[in-house]
Write a protein that binds this ligand. Structure first.
Ligand SMILES: [Cu+2]
Length: 335
């Protein structure tokens, strides 16, 4: 028995080797890399983008996304078939959050929770198809993954994508037609009525989808006013909400304003601050999103916030959403 077994083994081994060669393309799946988000050294400029935002791979390949910014993002693939899934809230996931690594073939959604710099997430794509990639936090941050059959050639290498990601990062972080210097806020300037620009940014697109530059700063000079005068904050940000928060940050949901904020006749919110120990929270200040076919009209949002200061002093404030990125300011009130 033993001799028969050994006599047959070379042929058996050759058969195994041939089988292995035939299966090799399926087994040797490639591992790709991409980046989620980028930021300037002081974190004031945030590229809300998948870098790159378009990748061609083979079925069975995996992509690992590396999160590289202080601003939160998600890597999310919503279900595309049999019907297109509605976009869920980022705090809910799609629904729920997927474990790492995840599989996506278009039939069931995959989403990370909101993640920041240092996290990674890997998705394997077992089936051919073109899959939209979105960030549930930022509507204008999208991409696409083209999953091709093994017989189809791939147009680019990992080296190409690394170079492309670097070029897109540079372009996004330096993008801004208007010459506002967001790092000028430490300089104080006297004016009768203080005006502060809240945030800013630009949305750009390429064949892969949309990317956004977001300025996480109170832009311009620190207002210097007299007691009894009013400072107005106005949002210039196309993508992100911000808050103007004096004193203690409210616990829980930062969306609603604090109880001492009133709504003016022109739709702007207003508060009166009498002391440097007062706590006032504007709630979200942001431009209403564009209306989309088939969805309810977006209600007008609050884009302006005004505070009247009755007493002299220095009044520091933060954006409750982006203070960890350095989004802070102050108002100087003279007698
Ligand atoms: Cu903010």
């Amino acid at each position: 028995m033993q001799s028969v077994y050994f006599n047959r083994s070379p042929r058996f081994i050759r058969w195994i080797v041939l089988l292995a060669i035939a299966l090799l393309p399926q087994v040797a799946s490639a591992q790709w890399h991409a980046t989620v988000g980028a930021q300037s050294a002081n974190m004031g400029r945030q590229a809300l983008a998948f870098l790159p935002n378009e990748i061609w791979i083979h079925e069975g390949d995996t992509i690992t996304w590396k999160f590289s910014a202080g601003e939160i993002h998600t890597v999310s693939f919503l279900a595309a078939s049999p019907t297109t899934q509605l976009r869920p809230a980022f705090s809910d996931g799609c629904p729920g959050f997927s474990s790492d690594p995840a599989w996506f073939d278009g039939s069931a959604c995959v989403s990370t929770p909101p993640l920041v710099k240092g996290s990674t997430f890997t998705v394997r794509f077992p089936a051919a198809g073109n899959f939209k990639l979105v960030c549930l936090v930022h509507p204008d941050m999208t991409g696409v993954v083209h999953v091709l059959e093994l017989s189809k050639p791939l147009p680019h290498t990992q080296y190409f994508y690394d170079e492309e990601a670097e070029a897109q990062t540079r372009a996004l972080l330096s993008d801004m037609d208007r010459e506002e210097n967001e790092d000028r806020h430490s300089a104080e300037r006297h004016s009768d009525e203080g005006q502060v620009i809240v945030g800013g940014g630009e949305i750009s697109t390429n064949p892969g989808g949309a990317s956004t530059l977001s300025i996480m700063r109170f832009v311009g000079h620190t207002p210097v006013i007299h007691a009894g005068q009013t400072v107005e904050w106005g949002s210039d940000d196309p993508e992100d909400p911000h808050t103007i928060t004096f004193g203690t940050e409210p616990a829980g949901d930062p969306f609603p304003p604090s109880g001492n904020v009133t709504m003016g006749a022109d739709g702007a919110r207003h508060a009166i601050i009498n002391s440097t120990s007062d706590s006032v929270h504007s709630g979200f200040i942001f431009a209403a999103p564009q209306d989309r076919t088939g969805l309810a009209q977006s209600p007008l949002s609050v884009t302006r916030f005004r505070v009247t200061f009755t007493h002299p002093g220095t009044y520091p404030y933060i954006c409750a959403l982006h203070d960890t990125l350095g989004m802070k300011g102050k108002v100087v009130v003279l007698p």
